[in-house]
Design a protein around this ligand. Structure first.
Ligand code: BGC
Length: 783
């Protein structure tokens, strides 16, 4: 346990009661002050894509109002930019607004993995992939903290659903946790050093995250070196003393008069060691120090500049899923009519509901933006087509919309999920757009085939039921207050789409790898798909999808070539590095950005591994005819899996597939590298199987030597019997001792274990006790 006893000289001057008070907030959004010693209270506020600073006591679920702030694209949209530089810039703007509002810590980013498309908070999270989530999460932290404002990386860990979120136990094996659910947190903590981490509401393998010493101390602090403060999610603490002992420093909101009293009593009774409390207090004081270090007057944010950044960001986030006959960009000429259909074109949906809900400084409306930007003489005509929350007038609205579509040169249908369909607090039960919208779409397509769909939704929707009606589909997600302007830029070609899917769009909900295990039952949710989350699962199961992870089109085209790889260092020297480079060229007729994605696969492995996993990516901006070399560098960890047996990352030397492409299923360049190194060793002992002994060259030699040969020179017992070996070769050798035909009597097993230990051929597991009994007869067999 990493106890920072008396890290701050102030700790020693505090009374026990004052120390306890510092481990709780003083109200919903503030830490506790200690006026006697000049320790101020600092303020924290949501949230990930815009500030939600509540003027008074407030609430935490977006019901009460908040001070106006720029609403940037939500995480589901930002992630589709695949652009850490952009995310960093958004973070900087958020940090500026926070500082101007006196907010010391922004409660974000949220980087939980999108395990199921149904999770109500998917709009607040980045991706189904831990590398993408971790890289973008780190960028957001860096941007915000560069302004002298802290962040709270959340929700740590395995908070992947809203159903029963305060009680459910996520049952996840350690390999899956390490490779999928913790990996993004690990990257963001190590790279960007967030000032705080927020623990999740749920339990992980039976223990509340708020009480998990393994999560909060062993992994977070001891392994990853986290030096900040752990804050509870709002209401996640159930036993303040147990949480403190596990490593949870600050409880929010404070259970005043209860939690502080419990801490004092626990210290007085000896139930809690005071140094543990001191360590938490030191971390609170350090946070206060960090938050008050910058005494410069805060910047005065420029709302116009931030709105412009929100628009630029929203432009980068939209994903052009399909574009038949190059329908987009629209190229209307004088006298043309564009039919803009759908209430969302007039009443935009641009953010999600709950604790992240921002009171925007202003909101762009796509219809107005299109009208303002369309060339002279072009009519932008509007029909609502459907009602967002009511369906009573849908027939009449649809009839008007179809009539408009019929007389138009092209139709743009704005579809999406009504706010009531997805939110913090509950999960969806299906992935469908409202029936009123899909029914309208088929009628619009009959009236006019030149039909583009613009989508607004925070979690993925099923396209397979309706996309045949649209020549083009532009997925805009919930893209913040400037989404309307960004859509106009993209539809009219002022901007070129460059977003890529940060999550797979499945054909059907039933295809999703977590389908049979979401959202669990009786207080437990079993992560039965293991590491096969998102594209890892679809690829392993060879399931068709609507659009794969990483997919997104552009108005230009790109060519990939000149793949080169280079291996430096060695696995056993701990300095292995693999360099990968390739050339990307813009082969189309306009400037555009490509997201180059590097996937790694280990086709022959001792554990079941996904066919390919994203390990690196780069977004490149290329003018017509230009090309650029893109280089990546992989470390041993990028080729490794988490070995549960060894309790560490394991790299199995041999062949690895490296593929560079434009999506997880559009791999343009593939090569195989051979990583040299000693073969993976199984720990030989009494509980190692005969096959494991034989697969290890030294083990096999020893086995043959000890078992010996018969008069004809053939190996004795099972070693000379192919059929017997194929039937019981997977028995541990200690179990074979009881089978006379095996030729492995107890004495031989003992001898093998003794020799393998003393020769250091391989370590014997500590919990394996070798049988001790032996008989002369056994020993005699080998002589
Ligand atoms: C949410 C957090 C949020 C907190 C404070 C909780 O309900 O899960 O994400 O930061 O409230 O509003």
């Amino acid at each position: 346990m990493n106890v920072l006893s008396n890290a701050s000289p102030l700790v020693g001057q505090l009374t026990l009661e004052e120390k306890a008070s510092l481990c709780l907030g003083s109200d919903f959004w503030h830490t506790a002050p200690v006026e006697r010693l000049g320790i101020p209270a600092i303020m924290v506020s949501d949230g990930p894509h815009g500030l939600r600073r509540q003027p008074d006591e407030g609430d935490h679920v977006g019901i009460s109002g908040s001070v106006p702030a720029t609403c940037f694209p939500t995480a589901c949209a930002l992630a589709s930019s695949w652009d850490p530089r952009l995310v960093r810039r958004v973070g900087e703007a958020l940090g500026r607004e926070a500082r101007a509002q006196g907010v010391a810590v922004v409660l974000g980013p949220g980087i939980n993995i999108k395990r199921s498309p149904l999770c109500g908070r998917n709009f607040e999270y980045f991706s189904e992939d831990p590398v993408l989530s971790g890289v973008l999460g780190a960028a957001m932290i860096e941007g915000i903290q560069r302004q002298g404002v802290g962040t709270s990386l959340k929700h740590y860990a395995a908070n992947n659903q809203e159903t029963d979120r305060l009680r459910v136990s996520a049952e996840v094996d350690e390999r899956t946790l390490r490779e999928i659910y913790l990996a993004g947190f690990e990257r963001a903590v190590i790279q960007a050093r967030p000032w705080t981490v927020m623990c999740a509401y749920n339990k992980v393998n039976g223990t509340y995250a708020s009480e998990s010493a393994w999560l909060l101390t062993t992994v977070l602090r001891d392994e990853w070196g986290f030096d900040g403060l752990v804050v509870s999610d709002w209401g996640a603490v159930h036993d303040r003393v147990a949480a403190l002992a596990a490593g949870l420093d600050l409880e929010m909101p404070p259970n005043l008069g209860v939690s502080d009293a419990a801490i004092v009593t626990a210290v007085r009774s000896g139930q809690l060691d005071e140094p543990v409390l001191d360590a938490a207090v030191a971390r609170v004081l350090r946070l206060v120090d960090r938050a008050t270090a910058n005494t410069e007057p805060p910047p005065v944010p420029d709302p116009d500049a931030h709105h412009a950044l929100a628009r630029a960001a929203a432009t980068e986030c939209a994903v052009l899923l399909k574009n038949e006959d190059r329908l987009l960009p629209l190229r209307p000429g004088g006298g043309d009519t564009i039919a803009v259909i759908g209430e969302f074109a007039r009443t935009p949906r641009y953010q999600g509901a709950g604790s992240s809900q921002v009171n925007p400084t202003r909101v762009d409306v796509a219809l107005d933006e299109l009208r303002a930007a369309a060339p002279d003489g072009v009519e932008i005509a509007f029909a609502a087509g459907y009602g967002i929350d009511t369906s009573d007038r849908d027939q009449q609205l649809a009839t008007e919309a179809v009539a408009l579509a019929r007389r138009a040169d092209a139709v743009v249908a704005f579809l999406g999920l009504p706010a009531a369909h997805e939110s913090e607090g509950f999960d969806r039960t299906n992935m469908d757009l409202p029936a009123s919208q899909t029914a309208l779409l088929s009628r619009l397509a009959e009236a006019n085939p030149n039909l583009a769909v613009v989508l607004a939704n925070g979690s993925v929707v099923r396209l397979s039921a309706w996309e045949q009606h649209a020549k083009a589909v532009l997925e805009c997600w919930l893209s913040g207050q400037a989404a309307g302007g960004a859509v106009a830029d993209l539809l009219l070609g002022t901007a070129n789409p460059s977003g890529r899917l940060a999550e797979t769009l499945p054909l059907r909900l039933e295809d999703t790898p977590s389908f049979l295990n979401f959202p669990g039952e009786a207080g437990h949710v079993r992560y039965g798909e293991g590491v096969f989350v998102g594209y890892r699962g679809y690829d392993a199961l060879a399931r068709e999808v609507s659009y794969p992870f990483g997919h997104g089109l552009s108005y230009t085209t790109f060519d990939y070539g000149d793949l080169q790889t280079r291996i430096d260092g060695r696995v056993d020297d701990g300095d292995l590095a693999v360099g990968v480079s390739c050339r990307i060229s813009n082969t189309g007729s306009r400037r555009g950005k490509e997201v180059v994605q590097l996937y790694v696969g280990d086709p022959v492995a001792s554990v079941s591994r996904p066919p390919r996993e994203l390990k690196a990516f780069a977004k490149v901006d290329l003018d017509v005819g230009d090309s650029q070399m893109v280089s990546f560098r992989l470390a041993a960890r990028d080729l490794s899996y988490w070995s549960t047996a060894a309790g560490e990352w394991a790299l199995e030397p041999g062949e690895f597939t490296l593929a560079v492409g434009a999506s997880s299923r559009d791999l343009r360049l593939t090569t195989i590298i051979d990583v040299p190194g000693p073969p993976a060793r199984v720990e030989l002992g009494a509980m190692a199987t005969l096959q494991e002994w034989l697969a290890d060259p030294a083990g096999s030699r020893l086995l043959h030597e000890v078992v010996g040969t018969d008069e004809a020179g053939r190996p004795r017992g099972i070693l000379g019997d192919d059929q017997l070996r194929s039937i019981v070769g997977n028995f541990p050798i200690s179990a074979l001792a009881a089978f006379p035909a095996s030729g492995l009597g107890q004495g031989i097993v003992d001898e093998l274990v003794r020799r393998v230990r003393s020769a250091g051929t391989s370590d014997v597991r500590a919990n394996e006790s070798a049988p001790t009994a032996s008989s002369d007869e056994d020993v005699g067999q080998r002589t």
